[in-house]
Write a protein that binds this ligand. Structure first.
Ligand code: SAM
Length: 295
């Protein structure tokens, strides 16, 4: 179906009421874009923080006449008189198909591959994780995930219990299981991540070896030989004492999701419980690893 979109500049205060009005006026979807390249890195779950300069983009069926819509917007008391109302044709594409075409197998370290579930594995005898991320984060294309996958690939996971804290699509837990870990626990605050992880474990034939929990359901006293947490600096800072208790003495951990400038602070916090190694970097992102002290 062909589409048109109306694009206009707004701000933090007015973007939401404008969005509500545009939906009432027939828009089928609204997107907010950053008007001034001021990225928001760590929004809380369920929150949609907006930028001081927010571009509102409203999608309409191409048969809609946008002139009366624009007239109603112009009449709003808070709409600046110099607002530009840009009407654009939207190229008609199969967006799911487009995304699927752009997602290719990726190799991490020496033996580990992530293959989209709809593609053939380039090395059938390698350790292949078949993945469909669904609505959850974790395709392997992001540097924070890649840093964790490379670390897992470098470990001998035979006999090792693994915790994937912030499991998203389950990519790290499933990779650990396919690399030989006998059991893994995935924990995430987002139930869509729990669903996606379950499905990816099933797709890879390791569902019997993966236990998944929302944090409130996590059993007391669980501990792992290997813990990987790719969840951004804020939660890693807040959860440090808890994460430390989840790792056995002499167990190892990897922390990812840190910007390079955040690594030193996190390294110092986790040094209370872990002998920390030098950070590894990929683009703007760092990974910290360490070994749990025995006391
Ligand atoms: C960056 S994604 C990582 C997903 C996947 N592990 C990967 O490496 O690609 C972070 C995940 O952590 C989850 N998360 C964020 N804060 C959390 C918390 N306090 N406890 C558990 N999970 C959390 C998010 O819901 C999200 O799925």
């Amino acid at each position: 179906m062909p589409w048109i979109q109306l694009r206009l500049n707004s701000n933090k205060e007015h973007a939401e009421p404008l969005s509500d009005l545009l939906m009432e006026l027939g828009s089928v979807s609204i997107t907010f874009e950053d008007g001034l390249d001021t990225p928001i890195f760590e929004p809380k779950l369920g929150e949609t923080p907006l930028w001081d300069s927010t571009i509102v983009v409203a999608l309409f069926d191409a048969s809609e006449d946008l002139a009366p819509v624009i007239e109603q917007l112009k009449a709003l008391p808070y709409m600046p008189s110099n607002t530009e109302y840009k009407v654009e044709q939207v190229e008609d594409k199969d967006w799911v198909r487009e995304w699927m075409d752009s997602f290719h197998p990726i190799k991490f370290g020496n033996r580990l591959w992530v293959c989209p579930s709809w593609r053939e594995a380039p090395e059938p005898d390698a350790v292949n994780v078949l993945l469909d991320p669904g609505l959850a984060f974790g395709t392997g294309t992001h540097p924070t995930t890649a840093l964790c996958m490379e670390w897992l690939d470098s470990l001998d996971l035979a006999d090792k219990q693994v915790i994937d804290f912030g499991c998203g699509s389950g990519i790290l837990a499933v990779a650990a299981l396919k690399l030989g870990a006998p059991h893994a626990v995935g924990i995430d605050i987002d139930y869509q991540a729990i669903d996606a992880s379950k499905e990816n474990a099933r797709r890879n034939g390791v569902e019997d070896k993966l236990s998944l929990y929302l944090p409130e359901d996590q059993p007391e006293g669980i501990q792992a030989d290997v813990l990987v947490a790719n969840i951004l600096a804020g939660p890693l800072r807040e959860l440090a004492p808890l994460i430390a208790t989840l790792v056995k003495p002499n167990g190892v951990l990897a922390l990812s999701g840190l910007l390079n400038e955040q690594a030193e602070e996190l390294r110092s916090i986790y040094s209370q419980w872990f002998e920390m190694d030098a950070a590894a970097h990929k683009e703007d992102w760092s990974r910290l690893t360490g070994t749990r002290k025995t006391q």
